[in-house]
Each structure stands twice: as C-alpha cells, then as structure tokens.
Design a protein around this ligand. Structure first.
Ligand code: PHE
Ligand code: ZN
Length: 879
C-alpha cells in the first residue's frame, strides 16, 4: 500500500522536462514472480530547459543494477528508492543509462504496471504504470522510440506482443523463446504495452485509403474466437470512418487488440496494441445484449480513434487529459451516430450525461474539464473529463458548423502531429480558421458546474415581435465560489401553429446561422420580427449546450413540442419535462402523506407516441421511460428522500402500464423481430420497445405480462430478450422471478461476463432484502474481489444504481459500502476509489440519511492506512 503523503500537483507549476529520452530499449524476461526488466535509455538534455539532476519516477521497484554509458555507476553517484532514482550530477550532454529491475507480476493486484490476468502477462501504463516496470521520466511530454524484446517460456507464453511491428523472433535454450517489436512512432511511456500468454487469435485485414494492407488481430482466451466477429467488424468500420470523416489513416502494418478479463477500466489505446477489458470485445447473440453490442462498437472505435487523438498527438501533461479523452469521446459519439440512429444516440448520450456528469458537477467531486490541481490522477478519469469534455468539443462544432470544424481539426493534425499538446493549442486551431477570439470559450475548460439558463418569452402580436430573454448562472463548485458568464450556443426554433419552423429574423438585423443563438452575457434578449402568431419555442435543440434549462413553457406547449418539433431530441425532452414536473409535485405529495396525482395530458401524449408509425421504435422506447431517480433527485436538489422519489416514479410507471395497457400489449405482440438475431440498430430498436412495453405492463400489475415474460425468457434466442424478461420477472414476478434467476445461473454458470449480469440484476432490485442478498453474493463461488468486473457488477451496481437500497434509511447500505471499500482498498485502490464516488451526493440527502452517510465516510477516512486514491475521494467528499 502507498504510504507516501499525497501532495497536490498543480497546472501552474508545469515545467518542461530537463531531460528527454530519444530511444528506449527494453529487454524483458517474463517470469511469474521474478520478471527481469533491462531498460536501456538514451537521454539528452532538453535544449529548452536549464540543466538539472536526473530524477526518474519509480513505484515499488527493486533496482538490481545500474550502468551509465556502459560502466557500472558507483553507489555514491545515485540515490535509489522504490519510488525514485536520482542522479544528482548527470553528464552535461547525451548519455545512456542501463537499468535493471525485478518485478513480481503475480503479486500485482492493482492491475497497473505489469500484471497477470488469468495466466496472461499484460501491462497497463496509463496514467503512471510504466514507473512500476522501470525507472523513467514517466510523464506524457517525454516521447521516445521504443524497441521491446520479450523473452518467456514457450509453453507458458507462446504469444509475445508489444507496440509497433515485429522485427525478430526465435527460440532460446531451456524451452524459452523471444520476440522483438519496434515502434517507429515516438510515444509517451503511458502508451507502452506488452503482452505474453497462451492466447488464440482471430485475424483479418484492412486496406487503407492509400492502399496499404494492415493486418488486424484480436487475441482472446482459447475457445472465445467465435465471440470476436462483432469487435472485428467494428474495428474495420472505425478505420474506414476515420478516413472518411477526418481524413485519418492508420500508420503501422499491424493493429492488435488483446482481451483480458482483469482490467480496471474499459480499454486502453496503447500504440498498435490495444488492451481491452474482455467485456468490450466478446459478444454473441446468446451472451451479449444489444446494449453490449453497442458498447463494443463504441469502445473499439474510441480506442482506435485515439491513434490520432491521443497517440500521434498526445497530452503535454495530465491536466490536458480532456484533450485526448473529450475529443475522442466526441469522435466515437459521432461514429455511433453515423452507424446507428443519430437522434436515438443523442438522447441516450444526454441521458447518461445527466445521470452521471451533471450529478458529479453538482456535488463535492465537481471539477473543471481541465482541472488545475490533483492529488491522484487516476481519480480524474471522470465523466466530466470524458463526457463533458466531449460536449465542449461538440459546442465548437455547433458554433463553427461542420466545414469550419473540419478545417480546424485538419489544422490541429497538421500543426501538432508528433507533439504533446495543450487544450489552448487545440482551441487555437479553431480560432485560426475562423478569426474568432477564444478567451471566453476557454471558460468551458476552467469553470466547473453546470450552467443554468432561465428563459422567458414575450410575444407582441400587434408589433409582430417575439422576445426571448435568457439569463445564465453557473453555480459555485469546490474552490470556485464565483463564476463568469459562459459562451452558450443554443440551437433554437420558433414553431408556428401549423407545426413548422418560422424563419428566424432578428430585429437588430443580426443573422441566425443554422439556428444557433449564442448567449455571451449574463442576461440577453433576442428579439425576432415577423412573428404575427404566437409560436412555441424549441430551445437547446439536440442539447446543443450541456446546461440545465428552465423555461416558462406550459405543459400544453410541451405537449405541442412532443407532437410537432422537427428536432427529435426536443420532442423527447418535452415529454421528459412534463413527466419531471409531475414527479416533483408527487414526491412532495407523498412526503406530505398525500396520494400522487395522475396527468391525463401526459398519458394522451404518450399514447400518441404508440400510435405514430412514423417514429422509430428505439425513440418511442426512450420516450416511454420516465426520468430516472437520480435525475429527479438532482432536480429537487436538497433534502432528498429516495423512497418518496421511488414511490412517485413507480406510481407513474404503474399508471402508464395500466392506462396504455391495451396499446402496449398490441405493440408487444406486433413487434416480434422476424428471423434470427442480428445486432443492427433497427432490430435492436424493435426489441427495446417490445421489452419496455412488457416491463410497463408488468409495472401496471397486468398478470398476463408475467406469463408473457416467462414465455419470453424460456423461448429467447438472444440475451437481450432473455435478460429483459428476466429483469421483469425478478422485479414483478415473485416466485417466477426466483425460478428464472436460478435457471439463468445454471444456464450460464462458468461464463463470467454473463454471470455479471446476474449479479447486477440482483443488486439493483429495489427491495428491503437486497442488501442481505448482496452480502451473501460476495461469498458466492463466482464472485471475486480480485476482478474489477465482478466488483462493479455486484458492489458497483448496488451502490450506484440501487438508489433506495444503497440509501436505506437505517444507513446499512452505507455501512456495507464502507466495510467493502476498506477491504478492497489494499488490493485495488483504483477500483475502491471509483466505488467510493457513490457517496458523491450525500450532502443533498434528508437529514437522517445525510448523517449516516457522513458517519460512514468518516469511518472510511479513519479506517487505517488508505491508498492515495481512496483517501483523495473520501477527503474531497467530506470537504
Ligand atoms: N485511456 C483509456 C481510454 O481510452 C482509459 C484508461 C485510463 C484505461 C487509464 C486504463 C487506465 O479512455
Ligand atoms: Zn479514451
């Protein structure tokens, strides 16, 4: 466990490295507990900085030997500890250092550095894992050319992989063998990777836009080859798309993906050798849901897109993390939109943004898209850096339009290829192609918090004018008590009584391009002319800005938008807003001991959706789902009673199920998907709507829904339908639910990724006995605290997705999480810290729960020697 005292690292203290590394020659002899690493590093002084001692990072290393320019370095000339190697007086010019370290991959439970997953040796170096392999200036602005020689027992590890191209391989004595890989592209140490193991491989190829053939390989455990087809197909589509959408071609002769079962995150973009959590590679109709297929497509694309946004152009320092992550998420969102339905993708992305990022941004863990300080960088792989980071890039796209955006991206690739860049340099490219000033836009990177925009409107029929008044306010966040007004692009339409968009003509002669109104001031009024009849306002179309919007639209106006808006996002949003108003009112009623009311107009609007054949089924499926418990809580803001929220939401679902029961059952019977299973978006949409219909019928108390769900469960030829039926049965089916859960386990026993679904489903049942079941499941043979996917599936699902049971009034949910985190932290601090963010909303709870959550957090804080990761989250949560 780490015992060093965490100090704060600040953006303003950035200094260029004193020493650069030109080449790295690694020679790694793999062994389960004593892997020998010889690193030969060619250093040269950085011409841009003053001379300084050589200080190399380490983390838990044992130094075996050290040579400088070929000669052993006398002990008096260096200082080595597990966490640092210093040469106080290095030569004045270039020199080489040969460092020999010994590492124990089998003992590495943190899954950072060199570790073993099942029996495979693999590495994870982002952000600071390379220093767990050898001493190195482990920072992204030190870019070097790597040659990696790996040696291993041929039986144990017949496959030996590293970045770049294979340049040599052969047999050695004693049953050992070796392979040498060379990566010609200079890269930071966090992109280094190496794999050794007994793996199966699926191979394909891709011809690039300039006609080069690239070998594509996916390595998996033996026997899993038949689950790689969708990942391979997604990879080829990603490669083509990046050529077409951004003109970016792949730059090595081979691209490899290795799927491992123990992985802290989703996947990693190591140059030419992506390492994936196997959950984002393996899929078959029987084992993966439509959502799993969509995630695989998105993650494969994301990691592949990093080859240009992240690898060719990397980050100067970790404060610039959003430079690669926000931009790459934007790119993968665009890719999925092009592969699937753009409106449906946008609605799901916004739903996720609100459910995760808006919550983060409104609590104690809020931080800017580009943070200014951190104690543990691993804790900044957040939804703010990734998803809000992507929204910021999307706003650039919205403000500039597609052509100028592409021109700015082209300039960025041209100007910064091969460099470690900053956010300013990225945004400057867009300034340079448009001649615009970027100073105010940069606030999106430096100010945390979700801006709240309040809208009021006034129509003057006699004058034919329509005034749209906007006010913005950005709430205070940790260390940022006051804020300045931001640049907010609001795609807007005024819809006439016939349902058509009116031309937008500003009274002051200003032009509105592509419907984008740009708010720069704290308050501003846009006045439109030629508006004789009262229009209905549709604003923030497509969620053009990541803001909270407060409008004076009536429910009738919203129902009109739901039926007529040309923007599908706002049609969906209008229904969500009507539902949200009802839910908030009902939460208050329930807390006052009164019955929740129902809303006829909402039911009429929802019924209209079901009867509209022009709408995509996937869209209708999304529109039928009321705002989530987390969204409702965020909207209420303080004094949260999760049980009242749950009851209000349950009442609404029940009402939808009963009032629309006939239409839902017709849909259910009509929407069967003919033919065998295919994961395409159209058939996935039909399945989604059919399964939402089933669940709402069950929520409405329709007994035949349980019969249908049981039949669907037994007859399903794919995991989407089986899992949906299982969830409905587990929630509403009583003994039928128990039977199906047992059946599911015995059907899929041994298939860890599928059993994760079984863990998650049980952990998210909103019932009083769930906590006991979760505790019992931690002892289940299929569960392990050593595997992050298992921990997230059971503990993560309980703490993050089971709002009522995690927030039990007696505090037992908090106590359970506290105990679990204290036990997990010594093994895997990154995962423990991630789970601890479940406490991020504790201050908004009603008094009783608030006190219990605070006590649990304090118990963690005082629970012993915490990792820097967990200590950082707990301290910020309590601050
Ligand atoms: N950089 C990875 C991505 O593509 C995420 C990651 C971060 C993976 C740190 C492992 C460790 O988003
Ligand atoms: Zn990424």
């Amino acid at each position: 466990m780490r015992t060093d005292i965490a100090h704060t690292i600040r953006l303003k203290d950035y200094l260029p490295p004193a020493w650069l590394v030109e080449t790295v020659h690694l020679d790694v002899s793999l062994h389960p507990s004593e892997t020998r690493v010889r690193a030969k590093l060619a250093f040269k002084p950085n011409p841009e900085s003053a001379s300084a001692p050589l200080v190399l990072d380490g983390d838990g290393l044992s130094l075996m030997s050290l040579k400088l320019d070929g000669a052993p370095l006398p002990a008096a000339n260096f200082v080595a500890s597990p966490n640092q190697l210093t040469i106080p007086q290095p030569p004045n010019g270039p020199f080489t250092l040969e460092i020999e370290t010994l590492v124990d991959p089998s003992a590495n439970t943190q899954l950072s550095g060199l570790y073993r997953s099942s029996d495979t040796y693999c590495t994870q170096c982002e952000a600071e894992g390379f220093r767990r392999i050898t001493y190195f200036p482990d920072r992204p602005d030190v870019m070097a050319v790597y040659t990696t020689r790996i040696e291993a027992d041929r039986q144990e590890a017949p496959v030996l992989l590293a970045n770049g191209n294979l340049v040599d391989s052969g047999a050695l004595d004693n049953g050992r063998h070796y392979a040498v890989w060379h990566d010609p592209h200079p890269k930071p140490s966090y992109l280094f990777a190496m794999v050794g193991g007994d793996l199966a491989c699926v191979e394909d190829s891709f011809r690039t836009m300039s006609g080069r053939d690239v070998t594509l390989r996916i390595y998996v455990e033996h026997g899993k080859q038949d689950r790689c087809a969708y990942a391979m197909d997604s990879l080829k589509r990603s490669m083509r798309w990046d050529e077409e959408a951004f003109g970016r071609e792949y730059d090595l002769d081979i691209f490899m993906i290795v799927a491992v079962s123990d992985f802290n995150m989703g996947a990693m973009e190591n140059k030419g050798l992506n390492v994936f959590n196997d959950k984002y590679v393996l899929a078959s109709a029987e084992t993966a849901t439509d959502a799993d297929f969509a995630h695989i497509e998105a993650v494969i694309a994301h990691e592949y897109f990093h080859n240009w946004t992240g690898n060719r152009i990397t980050c100067r320092d970790w404060f610039q993390l959003c430079l690669k992550e926000g931009l790459t998420v934007f790119r993968d969102h665009e890719f999925s939109s092009d592969m699937r339905s753009r409106p449906v993708k946008r609605i799901s992305d916004v739903r996720n943004l609100r459910a995760a990022q808006f919550i983060e941004d409104s609590g104690p863990l809020a931080h800017p898209v580009r943070p200014e300080a951190y104690k543990e960088i691993n804790n900044f792989y957040t939804t703010t850096i990734y998803e809000k980071g992507a929204e910021v890039v999307r706003m650039v796209h919205t403000l500039l339009g597609p052509e100028k955006f592409r021109a700015g991206m082209d300039l960025y690739f041209q100007r910064h290829d091969g460099e470690a860049a900053t956010v300013e340099q990225f945004i400057q490219c867009f300034a340079d192609v448009t001649g615009r000033d970027i100073a105010q836009f940069m606030l999106w990177y430096s100010q945390a918090g979700t801006p709240r925009v309040t809208v009021s409107t006034h129509h003057d029929a006699a004058a034919g004018t329509y005034a749209l008044s906007l006010k913005q306010a950005v709430p205070p966040t940790p260390n940022q008590p006051t804020k300045s007004p931001m640049v907010i692009p609001l795609v807007t339409g005024l819809i006439g009584p016939d349902g058509r968009d009116l031309p937008l003509v500003l009274a002051d002669g200003g032009v509105v391009r592509r419907g984008v109104l740009v708010l720069h001031e704290a308050e501003w009024t846009f006045t439109f002319t030629g508006i004789t009849e009262r229009p209905v306002l549709s604003i923030n179309r497509g969620f053009s800005a990541p803001i909270e919007l407060v409008t004076d639209l009536s429910n009738d106006d919203l129902a009109f938008l739901a039926a007529h808006d040309s923007d599908p996002f706002n049609r969906w949003q209008a229904l969500q807003t009507i539902s949200m108003r009802l839910l908030i009112e009902n939460v208050a009623s329930i807390r006052a001991g009164k019955a929740p009311r129902s809303d006829d107009k909402l039911m009429v609007a929802l019924a209209a959706l079901l009867e509209n054949p022009a709408l995509e089924p996937a869209f209708v499926a999304l529109a039928l789902v009321p705002p989530g418990e987390g969204d409702i809580a965020r909207e209420i803001g303080s004094d949260i009673d999760p049980d009242a929220i749950f009851q209000a939401r349950t009442a609404l679902r029940r009402e939808i199920g009963t009032r629309l029961g006939a239409a839902l059952s017709t849909l259910y019977e009509r929407l069967t998907v003919p033919g065998g299973y295919t994961p395409d978006a159209t058939s996935a949409g039909r399945r989604a709507l059919r399964n939402v219909a089933l669940d709402l019928m069950a929520a409405g108390g329709d007994a035949s829904a349980i019969t249908w769900a049981a039949r669907q469960y037994d007859a399903a030829d794919n995991m989407t339908d089986r899992m949906a039926a299982l969830a409905t049965l587990a929630l509403h089916g009583g003994p039928e639910g128990e039977r199906a859960l047992a059946d599911f386990y015995s059907r899929f026993e041994g298939d860890a990724l599928v059993i994760d679904k079984w863990f998650s489903l049980q952990a998210t049942i909103p019932q009083a006995d769930t906590l006991d079941k979760v505790r019992a499941l931690t002892k289940h043979a299929a569960f392990s605290f050593g595997n992050p996917n298992r921990v997230r599936a059971l503990i993560g699902a309980f703490a993050m997705s089971n709002v009522t049971q995690f927030n039990r009034a007696d505090g037992a949910g908090y106590d359970f999480l506290a105990e679990t985190l204290l036990a997990l932290d010594p093994k895997n601090p990154q995962v423990a810290a991630r789970m601890a963010t479940a406490f991020r909303t504790w201050r908004t709870l009603e008094e009783g729960r608030r006190g219990k959550a605070e006590a649990a957090l304090k118990r963690i804080k005082e629970g012993g020697e915490l990792s820097r990761d967990l200590a950082d989250i707990v301290e910020r949560a309590l601050a």
